[in-house]
Design a protein around this ligand. Structure first.
Ligand code: HDD
Length: 713
């Protein structure tokens, strides 16, 4: 995308920069200290004599070094690793029948947003491709104040009560004695905890599925997870579950690829988001809501307040209400992506909480964590966190206060300040909590309606395609295979038997366990010291939905190839016509073509024109691409067919079920591969036009390529 195009697009869409950005690029300016004094030597410390010691009075050195020494802030306790982007949300219509939220009040209404995606378990410097849940947090800068939808790419959670969150996170993070392993749940403490917590089984099915290995942030769904409330102007309330549906469809990588990508390019997802936006292929999602009228609260066979449950789409359809477009990369990662502070309690009138005990606990945690991460109570004044709605209140002081409040009074009621700032009337946009009737005893107890831990785990597993089920089995074999304790492995297999017998048997076989011998009762070890354990054991529920096709990744293939990366294997002498024709057709559809060659620099095509090489075979790998194109050209093939890295590149792409297009003399390289030994390879297109290849790439993978796994790379 050209700078002119970017400027035009920025002018069209609402954005927050003008409102908060305090950018500084130093161009054309002399260097100064933080006090604004000009610096004329930034190379040498102030010394007592040419070879003498550094003087304490060197204030420029001390200021520069002190700032550097304090450059880092504590990383997030969870979701430390992330990437973010600016964009906008556009409402599909007027949804005031359900909510008074202004950003959903008018067709075409655009609201600026900042979105941050993240992994959960790894440290800030860990790999993007960990098997993990992904955070999907959106800050809407609405006219009524900031609204944060702080969700994940999985619609349920491991635990039902926030009280268990520190335990869950301690269990999944690197173990405390040796801080190993990084960004991985495949270790004893995680599975020890999980195998004692049957409420986590539904989430475990999702995390062991390909959902935990997204191909791209733009190819994963997002969910608000909890049941929230919509409130309309008549004060009528609807329970609501939020969904983000990716326009590009839902796609994943395989576990073998994920592990290799972690070494080849641990920034794979960050880079993908950045490149997609820079190339003008803006990632898009539609916002969907499942609405349940207040009076239907108890109509389901699960509790709406239980965050380990979904509402199957077959019971309540997803209504699309708007679109999220990410169209601008951050200007400075630290200032924006690192300093942004999300909070599920940042609401606008028209959206409210429910009594979900996981959500209620989150309402405390997020502000609390910002206090240590961002250093004090004024984090809402950091540019990226500032609402576009004006802020007026009597909060004063604190570390790093930016606002200079004028006047004499900082309390309410006051007469000295003319009673200002005054309390807004409801008609002026005030927030009023839903008038829910609450009566009860103070009690620490989990409701019996939260005790069905297996029916939706079963629903999820049994709604997957055979290939997806195989991946879940392999993931569990891998994860539990890394667990050293036999007892934990057995306890987990015992738990899986309550989800699906075939699943448990297959996992047990991989672990060399006889499932018959696995412990059965009690399943739940998470109950108060004086409680009767029986009160906390799972209950059996027959669900009203036995299969939900919407739970399979295959349910949302999306359209087209926007954002896909295609590797073109070419060397000097590549056939100009065959290469250009494919490249142009792919780029027209929003895919990106990268030239991979035996050497870096540039290659000369058959017409003698120079083509810039994007990567030599040394600096890239097939796992970083969605498909491979081998254009013809006798001279090009003469080099490549002898290159072991080129042969492996093609074989590996085949192993990972990718489409491969072979044109003209490209067959010379193909014939050297192990994959070519198959007489009728699926998804390998010989001398077909670009349209056929594009159609294939849009399907993402050829999962029915049965012989793929036996490719020895
Ligand atoms: Fe959380 C960060 C999502 C449960 C406590 N959480 C955080 C982020 C996301 C979520 C997307 C990263 C935001 C960003 O990009 O900066 N968390 C969830 C979801 C949950 C959930 C969807 C369950 C439905 N979280 C949860 C619980 C607690 C927390 C139960 C504690 C009681 N989460 C935090 C936190 C974090 C956080 C410690 C770390 C950094 C931050 O908040 O700003 O407060």
């Amino acid at each position: 995308m050209t700078e002119k195009e970017k400027a035009e697009r920025n002018a069209e869409n609402p954005k927050t920069d003008d409102l908060y950005m305090n950018t500084e690029d130093g161009s054309g300016e002399a260097m100064t200290t933080n006090q604004g004094m000009r610096i004329n030597d930034d190379q040498n410390s102030l010394l007592a004599g040419e070879r003498g010691p550094t003087l304490m009075e060197d204030f420029h050195f001390r200021e520069k070094m002190t700032h550097f020494d304090h450059e880092r802030i504590p990383e997030r306790i969870v979701h430390a690793r992330g990437a973010g982007a600016h964009g906008y949300f556009e409402s599909y219509g007027d949804f005031s029948e359900f909510t008074q939220a202004g950003f959903l009040s008018e067709k075409g209404k655009k609201t600026p947003v900042f979105t941050r995606f993240s992994t959960v378990a790894g440290f800030k410097g860990s790999t993007d491709l960990a098997r993990d849940v992904r955070g999907f947090a959106v800050k809407f800068y609405t006219e009524e104040g900031n609204y944060d939808l702080v969700g994940n790419n999985i619609p349920v959670f491991f635990i039902q009560d926030a009280m268990k969150f520190p335990d869950l996170i301690h269990a999944v993070k690197p173990e405390q004695h040796n801080e190993i392993p990084q960004a991985a749940s495949a270790h004893d403490t995680f599975w020890d905890f999980i195998s004692l917590m049957p409420e986590s089984m539904h989430m475990i099915m999702w995390v062991m599925s390909d959902r935990a290995l997204p191909r791209s942030f733009s190819m994963m769904e997002g969910f608000g997870v909890h049941t929230f409330r919509f409130i309309n102007k008549k004060n009528e309330s609807f329970f609501v579950k939020f969904h983000w549906k990716p326009v590009a469809g839902t796609h994943s990588v395989t576990w073998d690829e994920a592990q290799k990508i972690s070494g080849q390019d641990p920034d794979f997802h960050r880079r993908d988001l950045w490149n997609a936006i820079e190339s003008g292929n803006f990632p898009e999602w539609e916002l969907g809501v499942q609405l349940v009228p207040e009076q239907d609260e108890h109509k389901f066979d699960f509790d709406l307040l239980d965050a380990t449950k979904i509402i199957p789409e077959e019971l309540v359809p997803v209504k699309l209400v708007g679109k999220l477009v990410l169209d601008r990369n951050p200007t400075n990662f630290f200032a924006e992506t690192e300093q942004i502070a999300f909070h599920p309690g940042h609401l606008v009138p028209g959206i409210d909480f429910t009594n979900d005990p996981l959500l209620q606990g989150r309402l405390f945690s997020y502000t609390d964590t910002q206090l240590s991460r961002l250093g004090g109570p004024n984090f809402a004044e950091i540019p990226i966190n500032r609402p576009i709605a004006p802020v007026h209140n009597n909060q004063r002081g604190g570390h790093m206060r930016q606002t200079i409040n004028t006047g004499q009074s900082s309390y309410h009621p006051n007469n000295i300040g003319g009673g200002c700032p005054f309390q807004a009337k409801m008609s002026e946009g005030g927030f009023v909590s839903h008038h829910e009737k609450i009566e009860g005893h103070k009690i620490r107890k989990r409701s019996r309606s939260f005790m069905d831990h297996f029916s939706q785990a079963k629903l999820f597993f049994e709604s997957q395609t055979e290939m997806e089920q195989d991946h879940i089995i392999s993931a569990l074999r891998f994860e539990l295979g890394k667990v050293k304790s036999e007892e934990i492995r057995e306890r987990m297999v015992g738990m899986l038997m309550y989800i699906n017998n075939e699943l448990a048997k297959a996992v047990a076989e991989g672990l060399g366990i006889n499932p018959i011998n696995t412990p059965k009762e009690p399943l739940n070890h998470s109950f108060p010291a004086d409680a009767d354990p029986k009160d906390y054991q799972p209950i059996d529920v027959s669900p009203s939905v036995e299969k939900s096709p919407a739970l399979s990744l295959m349910a949302r293939p999306g359209k087209g190839i926007k954002g896909r990366m295609i590797a073109a294997l070419a060397n000097d002498g590549v056939d100009a016509e065959s290469f250009e024709g494919f490249k142009n057709a792919i780029e027209k559809e929003g895919g990106q073509v990268k030239i991979i060659s035996a050497h870096a620099g540039s290659i000369a095509d058959s017409n003698g024109s120079a083509i810039k090489v994007d990567h030599s075979l040394l600096t890239t790998s097939s796992v970083l691409f969605d498909a491979v194109f081998i254009p013809g050209g006798a001279k090009s093939m003469e080099t490549l067919h002898k290159n072991p890295d080129a042969i492996r590149f093609v074989d590996e792409a085949y192993k990972h079920y990718k489409y491969i297009a072979v044109n003209g003399g490209g067959e010379q390289l193909w014939d050297m591969t192990y994959a070519s030994k198959n007489a009728n390879p699926k998804g390998v297109l010989f001398d077909q036009n670009a349209a056929a290849f594009i159609e294939g790439v849009a399907q993402h993978r050829i999962w029915e390529r049965e012989d793929a796994t036996r490719i020895p790379v």
